[in-house]
Design a protein around this ligand. Sequence first.
Ligand code: ZN
Length: 68
Amino acid sequence: MAVVKKTCVECRKALKKDEIALTQKILDSDAQEFYCLDCLAEYLDCDVDDLKVKIEEFKEQGCALFLK
Ligand SMILES: [Zn+2]
């Protein structure tokens, strides 16, 4: 399985797969640009902790994006 390194479109930080999955889940499943938690929180005007809670919720729901 090829590992493609993705970086945040805003701050160029290397992204974890949870951050990529969250961008896809919240913004667009076909997204080609991804945000780290810090930048996504700013973009959505919410807290990073809120996003972490969301990640756990999506995992508990068995969302396929987070199981890759
Ligand atoms: Zn960022």
